[in-house]
Write a protein that binds this ligand. Structure first.
Ligand code: S3P
Length: 435
């Protein structure tokens, strides 16, 4: 379905974003690896996570959704041979974490995904897992592939990319490998796997290598626990951005995950002059949570440091949209990973911004946006999304602040990460409608 967004006055209200996607995948996977029952409250019920729920069922866990919305996962103390291909849909996180977790069990599992996921690199997990002793049938180093799991040996792996998916695949494999497994990455990526493994009782700590601390896991048995999933900052980024660029808006975001390794976007917004206040921080589940109050703000361009990229990797599309409403240049670098996300997000953002009358330019590892202030964005275009949920949501937000409406050619994939996005934004007063 196509969706159209247009300016309709200020956004107002309090709202809780859907559950964090990263934490939701991990809760299902670790619950399935554990012995006993895991209860998950506020699980993200998006398509990506539903694919992971179906996957862990195929790998031997019992997964149910109770009438009160709580999901229960009864693990079988490890994975067993699946009876059919595991379809990961659009989800790189689901695919890479499940492949890692499956690789240490005596099984042969075929993994597949949709057209977008079939294009994404899998060598980044195949390489370390092969070093640990897993075997793969993967002629193109892409999906579909078959992993032949078995007895693994722990390794110290220096990942060439700062990727929480790679890190998590290796650590999950290390849970059931001989000896210890250490993962070294150039910049720290999100650490939900490390935090949640500790909650499930795994033998995990951090070890110093070359003057920095890196996660280390030893063979462990996980025990079922209760998990509460906080609101997803990567989804909250869209209403936050909308509130900043639509004059006179004031929006309160409740119960949002504020793990520092996920806050690069919010940090950058503060540097751009955004009026964002954090309230009532607490930490009930090994992950920090807070409310946020955001008010429409006069923004200026910024140059976030390249090393901040992993802490805002999913928010670059919406940052580029916000930058169009700021005064001056916003220069994004260190983000070459954007080219291997659900789409090549650098190319699609620049193309869409130009179609909306915004000056933007591609860099090999980022982009430059030349903002001309709040009332400068023309809009009035139909945006090609190539089925990328975050490209679609970014341009719908841009349309809320533009002079002319903005249409996205396909909004169906928004349900992978943010089911009910249009209704959520309408609740705050946004004019976003299906065509
Ligand atoms: C995720 C890691 C990131 C991020 C993705 C979720 C995770 O991917 O883009 O949306 O949950 O581990 P990379 O590991 O490829 O950076």
């Amino acid at each position: 379905m196509r969706l159209k967004a247009r300016f309709a006055g200020p956004l107002q209200g309090s709202i809780r974003p859907p559950g964090d996607k990263s934490i939701s995948h991990r809760a299902l996977i670790m619950g399935a690896l554990a012995e006993g029952e895991t209860r998950i409250e506020c699980l993200l019920e998006g398509e990506d996570v539903r694919h992971t729920a179906a996957a862990v069922r195929l790998l031997g866990a019992k997964v149910d959704r109770r009438d009160d919305g709580i999901w229960t996962v009864t693990g079988a103390n490890g994975f067993s041979q699946p009876s059919e291909t595991i379809d990961c849909g659009n989800s790189g996180t689901g695919a890479r974490l499940l492949i890692g977790a499956a690789a240490s069990y005596k099984l042969s599992a075929r993994f597949d995904g949709d057209q977008s996921l079939r294009k994404r690199p899998m060598n980044r997990v195949i390489a370390p897992l092969s070093q640990m002793g897993a075997r793969f049938d993967s002629p193109q180093n892409r999906l579909p592939l078959i992993v032949h799991g078995g007895a693994l040996k722990g390794i110290t792996y220096r990942s060439p990319v700062s990727s929480a998916q790679v890190k998590s695949a290796v650590l999950l494999a290390g849970l059931h490998a001989e000896g210890e497994t250490v993962l070294i990455e150039p910049e720290r990526s999100r650490d939900h796997t490390e935090r949640m493994l500790a909650v499930f009782g795994a033998d995990i700590d951090r070890v110093e290598v070359d003057g920095a601390l890196h996660p280390r896991v030893r063979p462990s048995k996980l025990k079922g626990v209760n998990i509460y999933v906080p609101g997803d900052p990567s989804s909250a980024a869209f209403p936050v951005a909308a509130a900043l660029i639509v004059a006179k808006s004031e929006v309160r975001i409740e119960d949002m995950l504020v793990n520092p390794l996920r806050l690069g976007f919010f940090e950058t917004l503060l540097e751009m002059g955004a009026n964002i206040v954090y309230e009532e921080r607490h930490d009930p589940i090994g992950e920090p949570i807070a409310n946020l109050v955001v008010k429409a703000s006069k923004l200026h361009g910024a140059t976030p440091p390249a090393k901040r990229a992993p802490a805002m990797i999913d928010e670059f599309p919406i940052l580029a949209a916000v930058a169009a409403f700021a005064e001056g240049e916003t220069r994004i670098t260190g983000a070459a990973e954007l080219r291997v996300k659900e789409s090549d997000r650098i190319t699609l953002m620049v193309e869409g911004l130009r179609a909306c009358g915004v000056e933007a330019e591609e860099l090999p590892d980022g982009l430059v946006v030349n903002g001309r202030g709040p009332k400068s964005v023309r809009g009035g275009a139909e945006i090609r999304t190539l089925g990328d949920h975050r490209i679609a949501m970014s341009f719908l937000v841009l349309g809320l602040g533009s002079k002319e409406p903005v249409t996205v050619d396909d909004a169906d994939m928004i349900a992978t990460s943010f089911p009910g996005f249009a209704a959520f934004m309408q609740n705050l007063g946004a004019d976003i409608v299906g065509l």
